[in-house]
Design a protein. Structure first.
Length: 245
């Protein structure tokens, strides 16, 4: 099934510096040539709003984001644009992702090598069980494990998946993210679990009757769960399914 993505062309002399001050990752290396950066847009309180790719294809600077959060994300970026020379223009450009030998101009997915490549301007969709790959490597997906207004980057693995840079300087939500990195021991986060049987995405996980977290994407008897670490050691249930961290 084709991805529901919106590809936005970003132009203007301030395009990269504007994005640099907005997102969790360092996008300035894209000024040197083709590449792909995964980053998040946060609230001032450090909570996740959206994640997207910033791509330099060699000819265009693009934002590649989920269609379902495109309007709100672009509106949020526009609020901060002020007098910066930046234009964001939606396109009809398709994006294709796949594994194996990449087509000419494809860019490697920066989150994990097993996520393959993305090619802009190329239609079609490879037949790949992307959920199984995401579960294997604990890669969260917007609208599933990544919940706008609730998720934190470090609890959802952005540092492990090359989605946040702690040396790049200020961006919206940077202070909270840095404090969690350097001064806080995480008490909750995404973990891979074994699941005895499939249950609906979003099923609460209980530990001795107390809520311990939520079960999300599942594939091949395993799943991605958001868990309280202090309740993850004992027997866990998600509806009728036994869950083992």
């Amino acid at each position: 099934m084709a991805m529901a993505r919106r590809i936005v062309r970003v132009t203007g002399k301030d395009a990269l510096t504007f994005l640099q001050g907005m997102v969790s990752n360092d996008v300035l290396p894209l000024s040197k040539g083709p590449g792909l950066v995964w980053a998040a847009l946060l609230t001032p309180q450090g909570k996740y709003l959206a994640d997207f790719f910033v791509a330099n294809t060699g000819t265009d600077l693009l934002i590649d984001l989920p269609e379902g959060m495109a309007d709100s994300t672009l509106q949020r970026l526009g609020m901060y644009r002020l007098r910066a020379d930046v234009q964001m223009t939606p396109t009809q450009m398709p994006v294709r992702r796949g594994l194996g030998a990449p087509p000419e101009g494809a860019l490697p997915d920066p989150r994990h090598s097993d996520m393959g490549w993305r090619a802009y301007g190329l239609a079609g969709e490879e037949t790949v069980d992307w959920d199984a790959i995401r579960v294997r490597h604990l890669i969260p997906e917007s609208g599933i494990e990544l919940v706008p207004g609730e998720s934190y980057l470090l609890e959802t693995g952005f540092d492990r998946l090359h989605g946040v840079d702690f040396r790049k300087g200020c961006y919206v939500g940077q202070e909270v993210t840095a404090r969690m990195k350097h001064k806080t021991e995480l008490r909750k986060g995404l973990v891979r679990v074994r699941v005895s049987e499939p249950v609906p995405v979003g099923t609460p996980i209980l530990a001795e009757g107390k809520e311990a977290g939520t079960l999300y994407t599942q594939a091949g008897g395993e799943g991605i769960a958001y868990l309280r670490f202090d309740r993850s050691a004992g027997p866990l249930m998600a509806g009728p399914a036994e869950v083992t961290a």
